[in-house]
Design a protein around this ligand. Structure first.
Ligand SMILES: Nc1ncnc2c1ncn2[C@@H]1O[C@H](COP(=O)(O)OP(=O)(O)OP(=O)(O)O)[C@@H](O)[C@H]1O
Ligand SMILES: [Mg+2]
Length: 216
């Protein structure tokens, strides 16, 4: 399966969710590759290098920019899970990766600026749908405040539902573990924060459900 993680807004957590999902599927025994589709940003490849230095199970990362469709289809023949980490802007990489995607996973923080930027992706999703009819789209709310009474999730979901078929029901919260693990070459699944780990497991599970995948 090809999962393309993108948003035209920077800093929404694309790379963070990509590497954590990669480890989740690696731990469940799947072969995984991450395509780092950003020409100038090295978040994922640096993370993978740190990971090797920490002697954690390695995850293959491939740097590929420009036209991605054929490269992704080839990787999809060789790996069970292909994750694509896109640049934080509308780009040739975004357009071509979506032509091969099974799922477009859009992280969005629950701020008004992020929600507006995310909703602006809807016409792109619609245009891609003309060529890749099978692509599903799902928004995941990231960096939700852990304050129990926050109504942010309901409000963000309501706004995003107008524009996208699926808003995943379980948000990822703002947790220090996501920041520290990224800089150590780890996933939160390899750290002490059980809540963070549970959120990534749920996200992986929700994605598998969207794609009818993983029950084998
Ligand atoms: N759930 C979270 N909790 C806490 N910090 C987070 C969370 N998600 C992301 N971050 C932090 O937010 C920052 C941006 O995250 P990340 O690099 O994953 O975003 P991005 O969308 O890939 O950005 P870019 O557009 O620059 O590629 C990082 O410092 C990361 O550690
Ligand atoms: Mg990134």
């Amino acid at each position: 399966m090809i999962i393309v993680v993108g948003n035209q807004k920077g800093g929404v957590g694309k790379s963070t969710l990509t590497v954590n999902l990669a480890v989740a599927w690696q731990q469940s025994g799947k072969s995984v590759v991450i395509v780092e589709a950003d020409p100038s940003v090295f978040t994922v490849s640096t993370w993978a290098d740190d990971r090797e230095e920490a002697s954690l199970p390695p995850i293959l990362t491939v740097k590929k920019t420009g036209k991605l469709k054929e490269a992704l289809r080839n990787l999809d023949q060789q790996y069970e899970v292909v994750l694509v980490d896109l640049p934080g802007k509308d780009s040739p990489e975004m357009r071509s990766a979506l032509l091969a995607a099974d799922l477009f996973l859009i992280p969005s923080q629950p701020t008004q600026a992020d929600i507006d930027a995310t909703i602006n992706l809807a016409p792109i999703v619609e245009a891609v749908g003309e060529y890749n009819e099978d692509m599903k789209t799902a928004v995941v709310i990231n960096r939700l405040t852990t304050h129990a009474r926050s109504t942010e999730l309901a409000e963000a979901t309501e706004a995003l539902e107008q524009a996208f078929e699926t808003i995943l029901p379980d948000a990822v919260h703002d947790r220090k573990a996501f920041r520290s693990s990224l800089s150590e070459g780890k996933s939160v699944l390899e750290g002490a924060d059980q809540k963070a780990a549970m959120e990534i497991q749920k996200l992986a599970h929700n994605i598998e459900k969207e794609l009818n995948y993983g029950s084998n």
